[in-house]
Design a protein around this ligand. Structure first.
Ligand code: UDP
Ligand code: MG
Length: 316
C-alpha cells in the first residue's frame, strides 16, 4: 500500500539521538490515522547510526534505510531521500529533534485547511545558538536577498511539508551544488508559513560547523545570483574611468603648471588598490567557472551503498 505521508530524516553520526528520535517520531505518527513511512538516510556515519536504522528497517515495514556510500553532506542526503519518497506528502526532519515531530499533526491540519502545496516552518526563536551565529545568519540573509532575483525566506530550515507537486518540481532541479533552501524557494508554489519554536539539540553536537555553514552561505549566493559578476564589472568600469580622468588631470597639470611628475605614494596606493580589485574580480569569476566545471562533470549527487527495507528483504 502506498503511504500517505513520508518522513525523511538525514543522519550523520547521530547514534546518541537516533533512538529517542525514532521513538518520538513514531509516537506522533502512530496516533495519526494514516499510512506512513519513515526514510532514514545515513550520510556515511562512522558510528553505529547506519546499523541502528538498518535494524529498524529490518523489523518494521514502515521504515526504510538508505545508506550512502560516504558522507555527501545533508543536502545530498536529502536528495537521496526525495528520490525514494513513495508518499503523497513529504516532511523533512532533523535527527537531532530540533524540529519537533509533535508539530506534524498540526502541519497536516493546516495543509488540509489552507489548500497549499508547501508548508514552510519558520522559527521564531533560535534557542541554544550563539549570538554570533544569530548575527551571521541575519547578515547572510540580508546579503543573499539583496543579490538574488527571488526572495529566499529568512529563518527557515529544511523543516517543511511538501506535496507531490512540490516534490516533483524540486526533483527536476539537477544541480550538484545544492543549496536546498534556495531550491525550495526557486520552485515557488503556493506556500503557507507556519511559525514554530526551534528546540535545542537533544544530544550530541551540531555536525555543520562554521566552515561548512560559510561554504553553504557562499553556495547560496553564487547558486542563485550572478550579481557578484556584475558588481565586479561595475567596479572595473568605475576604476577605469577614474584612472582615465586622473591621467588627463596629471597631463594637464604638468603641461599647464609645468609640475614635474611626482607622487610615489599615490602611485603605490593606486597600484595596490587596482591589484586587489583585479584579484577580487578574478576570484569571483573563478568561483563561477569552478561551479560550471563541477556541474559539467555530471556526477551523481549521491551514491547508495545499501537500501534496507523489510519488503525488499522478504522479496529476496
Ligand atoms: N547531517 C547529514 N550530513 C552531514 C551533516 C549533517 O545528514 O554531513 C544531518 C544531521 O545528522 C542532522 C541534520 O543533518 O540530522 C542537521 O544537522 P545539524 O544538527 O548538525 O545542523 P544544524 O542543526 O546546525 O543545522
Ligand atoms: Mg541541528
Amino acid at each position: 500500500m502506498t503511504p500517505e505521508l513520508s518522513i525523511i530524516i538525514p543522519l550523520y553520526n547521530e547514534i546518541e539521538v537516533i533512538e529517542i528520535c525514532h521513538q518520538r517520531v513514531s509516537d506522533v505518527l502512530n496516533k495519526l490515522d494514516l499510512e506512513y513511512e519513515i526514510i532514514y538516510v545515513d550520510d556515511g556515519s562512522q558510528d553505529k547510526s547506519a546499523e541502528y536504522v538498518s535494524n529498524l528497517a529490518h523489523n518494521d515495514a514502515r521504515v526504510r534505510a538508505i545508506l550512502l556510500s560516504r558522507n555527501f553532506g545533508k543536502e545530498a542526503a536529502l536528495s537521496a531521500g526525495f528520490d525514494h519518497v513513495q508518499g503523497e506528502l513529504t516532511i523533512i526532519l532533523d535527527a537531532d529533534l530540533q524540529d519537533p515531530p509533535e508539530l506534524i499533526p498540526e502541519m497536516l491540519k493546516v495543509y488540509e485547511e489552507k489548500d497549499v502545496d508547501t508548508i514552510l516552518m519558520k522559527r521564531t526563536q533560535r534557542d541554544g545558538e550563539s549570538a554570533t551565529k544569530k548575527q551571521s545568519a541575519y547578515w547572510f540573509y540580508r546579503i543573499l536577498n539583496k543579490l538574488s532575483d527571488f526572495h529566499i525566506p529568512e529563518d527557515v530550515g529544511d523543516f517543511r511539508l511538501m506535496n507531490k507537486k512540490s516534490l516533483d518540481a524540486l526533483k527536476k532541479l539537477p544541480e550538484r551544488n545544492r543549496y536546498t533552501k534556495g531550491l525550495f524557494a526557486w520552485i515557488g508554489m503556493d506556500t503557507f508559513v507556519m511559525h514554530y519554536q526551534r528546540d535545542p539539540r537533544v544530544a550530541g553536537v551540531a555536525k555543520q560547523n562554521y566552515a561548512s555553514l560559510f561554504k553553504l552561505a557562499f553556495e547560496g549566493i553564487s547558486s542563485f545570483s550572478i550579481h557578484p559578476l556584475r558588481i565586479s564589472t561595475i567596479l572595473g568600469i568605475i576604476s577605469a574611468l577614474f584612472g582615465f580622468l586622473f591621467g588627463i588631470y596629471i597631463a594637464l597639470k604638468s603641461l599647464i603648471l609645468g609640475d614635474p611628475v611626482s607622487g610615489y605614494p599615490s602611485t603605490m596606493a593606486i597600484i595596490t588598490f587596482l591589484g586587489g580589485a583585479q584579484l577580487l574580480g578574478i576570484g569571483i569569476v573563478g568561483e563561477y567557472i569552478g561551479k560550471t566545471y563541477i556541474e559539467s562533470k555530471q556526477r551523481p549527487i549521491y551514491l547508495i551503498k545499501k537500501l534496507v527495507s523489510k519488503k525488499e528483504i522478504n522479496e529476496k
